[in-house]
Design a protein. Structure first.
Length: 110
């Protein structure tokens, strides 16, 4: 049986996870994938980790998240515009909120 203190924490956790998912995969941003000329793509994309409609860009940013050598390029794209910077900070804040909710649930449930 869940205590009355844990239920609001679970709600915070669920909302935080939903916010992280939104910023990573749905927030309207520029693509930011690296083009052949070395510039950042300025087509519209959905989320911080998914590229634009171009086949080469579709998962380039997602792949860059898992390749340590590409982290610098990914980081450059996350701060390309003020909108990208706000989405990046919001996603990080949501992730911190989710982590804090998990810790609070673990502490409260014992």
């Amino acid at each position: 049986m869940l205590g009355t203190k844990v239920v609001p924490l679970i709600a915070i956790l669920l909302l935080s996870v939903a916010a992280v998912g939104y910023f990573l995969f749905q927030a309207p941003l520029w693509c930011g994938a690296v083009t052949r000329e070395g510039a950042l793509c300025r087509n519209n994309s959905s989320g911080l980790l998914i590229g634009c409609h171009l086949r080469e860009h579709k998962f380039q940013k997602l792949k860059m998240a898992f390749v340590p050598k590409a982290w610098r390029e990914l980081n450059r794209g996350l701060w390309a515009t003020p909108r990208d910077g706000i989405a990046t900070l919001s996603g990080l804040g949501s992730a911190v909120s989710a982590l804090a909710a998990v810790v609070a649930i673990l502490v409260t449930s014992h």
